[in-house]
Ligand binder design. Structure first.
Ligand code: IYR
Length: 227
């Protein structure tokens, strides 16, 4: 290693006794199992500092060369949420009216989704996640970024986990195409690409979980252990 690269001792790693580790792993699984995508949100307000800390948590995600190729636009403005809803619903109408193709529409049937997205206006916060094609650590708009999709995917996962842990419900929403978000959110189309929209807030009293969504694959079906 070059002597120019400074390193620090790892002084914030916490080692837990083995039994506590097992309990923590189980508890975390049980807690994450209670995360459900919902499509009916309450209009109850959520304090900005909660959203800020959840975005800070997302920003701790590992990324290619630590370039952190992401930008989060947290939208509370009713006017901007309305603009997003209008644009998303317009696109979704063409999606559900045929652009999706029959196989995709059949796959979505058990979720009961359609082109109406009232939650885009009703939920207190929309977080538009952007990936940054270039810019590096300094956001100079020039340096290459690496593993952008992977990095932003991990950060978005951290964000969803942080919001859930804070006690908020979420919905990952991906209107297709999402390019309309770039202008509405005031981002630079040469650098920023819309990645996903996270809707967050309290669930409405009549929020439901589609039975289909509870059908999570068993450990044997998602993992192989080579011992
Ligand atoms: N973006 C559309 C369709 C949609 C697509 C998938 I894949 C989903 O898991 C859910 C919905 C919509 O939001 O309705």
């Amino acid at each position: 290693m070059s002597p120019l690269e400074s390193h620090y001792p790892l002084d914030d790693f916490i080692e837990f006794p083995a039994e506590e580790m097992s309990a923590r792993a189980k508890k975390n699984y049980q807690q994450l199992k209670r995360r459900h995508s919902i499509r009916k949100f309450s209009d109850r307000s959520v304090a900005k500092d909660i959203i800020e800390n959840c975005i800070r948590a997302a920003g701790t995600a590992p990324s290619g060369a630590n370039h952190q190729p992401w930008h989060f636009v947290a939208i509370h403005s009713g006017q901007v949420k309305g603009q997003i809803r209008q644009a998303a619903e317009e696109l979704e109408r063409t999606f559900y009216q045929g652009r999706a193709g029959q196989e995709w529409l059949d796959a979505l049937k058990p979720l009961g989704t359609d082109a109406d997205k009232p939650y885009l206006e009703k939920a207190p916060w929309l977080i538009a996640v952007f990936s940054k094609k270039k810019g590096g650590l300094a956001n100079d708009g020039e340096q290459a970024n690496y593993y952008v999709h992977e990095s932003v995917g991990i950060a978005t996962g951290f964000l969803i986990q942080a919001l859930h842990n804070a006690g908020l419900a979420t919905l990952t929403h991906t209107p297709k195409p999402m390019s309309f978000l770039t202008g509405i959110c005031g981002r630079d189309p040469d650098v920023d690409r819309p990645y996903m929209l996270i809707v967050t807030g309290y669930p409405d009293k009549d929020a439901t979980i589609p039975e289909h969504a509870l059908n999570k694959k068993a450990l044997e079906d998602i993992a192989t252990f080579i011992e």
